[in-house]
Design a protein around this ligand. Structure first.
Ligand SMILES: CC(C)(COP(=O)(O)OP(=O)(O)OC[C@H]1O[C@@H](n2cnc3c(N)ncnc32)[C@H](O)[C@@H]1OP(=O)(O)O)[C@@H](O)C(=O)NCCC(=O)NCCS
Length: 175
């Protein structure tokens, strides 16, 4: 799947993206609230290979600025139960604060919604991850549950904010 937005191209990861992906997968600031430790080069190679493996149903797209074929981040979406799709996002630190995560996630959410297979979209993060909370809000998601030390992340129990939005009907993805 290839998606174009006003500023971004979302496309499958390529082996040649590995160094660009490693630049942020190895950054401890990027992984601070994520469920992964900073990646080793092998971890990043495995990640890229995982995104290319068609035997699972996680849809992972690399994000580039239109016209510049360098990966600045990624968005992913996968079904957790029939009709419910979970979403996740991660971007290179110097790409933060430009609205890219929201723009990319909206495009992916819209594309999955357009297949007609989604009833709702969910996402979760640690409440301290304010940027991720904002992305969820800007996707039209609402907080549905706050968990207290209810989820394990990197070997520790963490608080979790769970967000959800009904799948938009065609053409009604929030602008
Ligand atoms: C979460 C992440 C993907 C957001 O990427 P981004 O491209 O900067 O996101 P956007 O620009 O679309 O939106 C970020 C919003 O958060 C806000 N924000 C950023 N840091 C914030 C903070 N510390 N406190 C409050 N709001 C904050 C921004 O102002 C923006 O909101 P606005 O448009 O209302 O001003 C990025 O920070 C990231 O890669 N983090 C590391 C990986 C990660 O934590 N992923 C999520 C795991 S759950």
């Amino acid at each position: 799947m290839i998606l174009e937005t006003e500023r971004l191209t979302l496309r499958p990861y390529r082996d040649s993206d590995t160094a660009a992906v490693h630049a942020y997968k190895s950054d401890p600031v990027v992984s601070r609230f994520a469920d992964f430790e900073p990646h080793s080069p092998d971890d990043t190679e495995r990640f890229v290979a995982f995104t290319q493996d068609a035997s699972h149903d996680v849809m992972s797209l690399a994000v580039t600025i239109r016209g510049e074929d360098v990966v600045i981040g990624g968005v992913a979406c996968w079904p957790t139960e029939p009709g419910v799709y979970e979403m996740a996002w991660e971007f290179r630190r110097d790409a933060w604060g430009h609205g890219y995560a929201t723009e990319a996630a909206k495009a992916l959410l819209g594309a999955v919604a357009a297949t007609g297979s989604a009833r709702s979209f969910v996402a979760h993060c640690q409440p301290e991850n304010r940027a991720s909370v904002r992305v969820m809000e800007k996707l039209g998601m609402a907080l549905v549950r706050s968990g207290r030390l209810d989820r394990e992340s990197k070997g520790q129990l963490v608080d979790t904010s769970y967000f959800e939005v009904e799948a938009p009907t065609s053409g009604s993805v929030p602008a």
